[in-house]
Design a binder for this molecule. Structure first.
Ligand code: EPZ
Length: 420
């Protein structure tokens, strides 16, 4: 298993190109199940997760060609609506084949994704939403088994204990586009990734109104056609580079990035003392003054994203003073605290809060990556720390950051990938 070795303390400089959004690409790939025609998807990042999704599409009967961040998906003539445990259990994004399979084939057997280190992650909202559209849903042997003749449009309320759900909205939306009549999804997720999925579905011939809002009105159509579609830039990758720029007091420009998708980060960074400036399709950051500690609470979009919580904590660990970090989307997503503390951070958990007592500088140490975003937090800490940091179990990073070592090296980071 490989590890990353980082020699910290080098401010980053130069230009980095932001890849296509992983979390937009995954449901968008699944949406190609809704048509028999050819779909060409551009700006698909080459990541472990997107490759797993493409493998799943092949196992379901699609023909997939992937070259230079463009995926061409065509039909082999028959869909096999069975999503195997071995593929679905490795990442939750694959669960969003359920809605399209049900809508297109009338039946689906999809493995439950299970829990993971960031929380329990149930699928009750997915099941409830699809049931509302008339599907018969059973859970047996670790699989969700769903059946329906033609789904029926209904009013579906998708609010859960922690607010809206991104993938439940994707599943219900993809089922509703081929349902008979009108579906209104209330408390839909407003994340840019769902907006992107809606735009792609509309381009395929779906009729979705309220795109990007918490109320999606879908008039079902009989069939969808093929599409040529470009996925939005990855706002979480962009946010990660912005935070590591602040942590290393660097001067980098992000190319192909969209600050409108990062409003909450922009707002909090201004309080910290960093200004994000959009210039054309680039984001530049400017340090305005000595950095201040700032507290954050994560919420569904447009709130502060849970997927940037760990990286923000890493920055706060290096800003003198106290900040409080609370995650309202995944209240237990704090596994990175122990690893940051190994590098000299002073963070303690009190109930649902993490109290960060920022210190001037972290020190390099051997640490363990535990999930994708926690790993990104360790990379930020390692790049800013004094001395050498070794990050083990880096396969987590390969799930969500395209060409991470290459991009960082081009920005002047001292980072190498070695055999552990
Ligand atoms: C998506 O996961 C993302 N994954 C996650 O990104 C992201 O952290 C999350 O949204 C929140 O923004 C993909 O898009 C592939 P949710 P998702 O359903 O859709 C609870 C990353 O690092 N909930 O919006 O699975 C749930 O437990 C990953 O890239 C229910 O209670 O998340 C959580 O507390 C990790 N019942 C909250 O809702 C349900 O049926 C939000 O989860 C579904 C979810």
């Amino acid at each position: 298993m490989d590890k990353l070795v980082i020699e910290g303390g080098h401010p980053l400089q130069g230009e980095v190109t932001i890849s296509g959004s992983k979390n937009a690409a995954l449901p968008i790939i699944a949406a190609t199940l809704l048509t028999d025609e050819k779909c060409v998807l551009r700006n698909i990042p080459n990541l472990r997760d997107t490759n797993t999704m493409l493998k799943l599409m092949e196992s379901l009967g699609k023909v997939v060609e992937y070259k230079d961040n463009t995926v061409t998906i065509t039909s082999s003539g028959k869909i096999n609506p069975f999503a195997d445990y071995n593929l679905v259990s490795t990442m939750r994004g694959t669960f969003c084949v359920l809605g399209p399979l049900l809508a297109k084939v009338g039946r689906a057997k999809v493995s439950l994704p299970g829990g993971c280190v960031i929380g329990i992650r149930p699928v009750d909202l997915h099941v409830k939403g699809l049931k509302k559209l008339g599907a018969k849903m059973d859970i047996a042997g670790g699989y969700v088994i769903a059946k329906a003749n033609r789904l029926q449009g209904r009013r579906v309320y998708l609010g859960g204990v922690f607010g809206s759900s991104v993938l439940a909205t994707a599943n219900v939306l993809m089922a509703a586009v081929l349902a008979e009549g009108e579906t209104v999804i209330e408390f839909a997720a407003c994340e840019p990734e769902i907006e992107d999925l809606s735009c792609m579905l509309n381009k395929m011939g779906a009729n979705i109104k309220g795109v990007g809002s918490a109320r999606l009105i879908v008039t079902g159509v009989k069939e969808l056609k093929g599409v040529n579609y470009k996925v939005i830039p990855d706002r979480i990758e962009a946010g990660t580079y912005i935070l590591l720029n602040a942590a290393t007091r660097g001067n980098i420009t992000l190319k192909g990035a969209e600050s409108a998708h990062l409003m909450a980060l922009d707002d909090k960074l201004e309080e910290v003392g960093v200004q994000m400036i959009q210039e054309g399709d680039c984001i530049r950051c400017k340090q305005l003054r000595k950095l201040h500690p700032v507290s954050i609470t994560t919420y569904p979009y447009p709130g502060f994203p849970t997927d940037l919580q760990a990286q923000f904590m890493s920055l706060m660990a290096m800003v003198e003073g106290v900040s409080v970090i609370t995650d309202k989307v995944y209240p237990d997503r704090f596994i990175h605290i122990a690893e940051l503390n190994r590098m000299g951070a002073n963070i303690r958990r009190e109930g649902t809060n993490a109290i960060v007592q920022g210190t001037k500088q972290l020190r390099g140490a051997p640490v363990m990556a535990s999930d994708l975003r926690a790993s990104a937090a360790l990379v930020i800490a390692g790049l800013a720390a004094r001395g050498t940091t070794e990050i083990n179990r880096i396969y987590h990073l390969e799930r969500g950051y395209e060409k991470l070592t290459e991009k960082l090296t081009a920005l002047g980071a001292k980072i190498t990938r070695e055999k552990a």
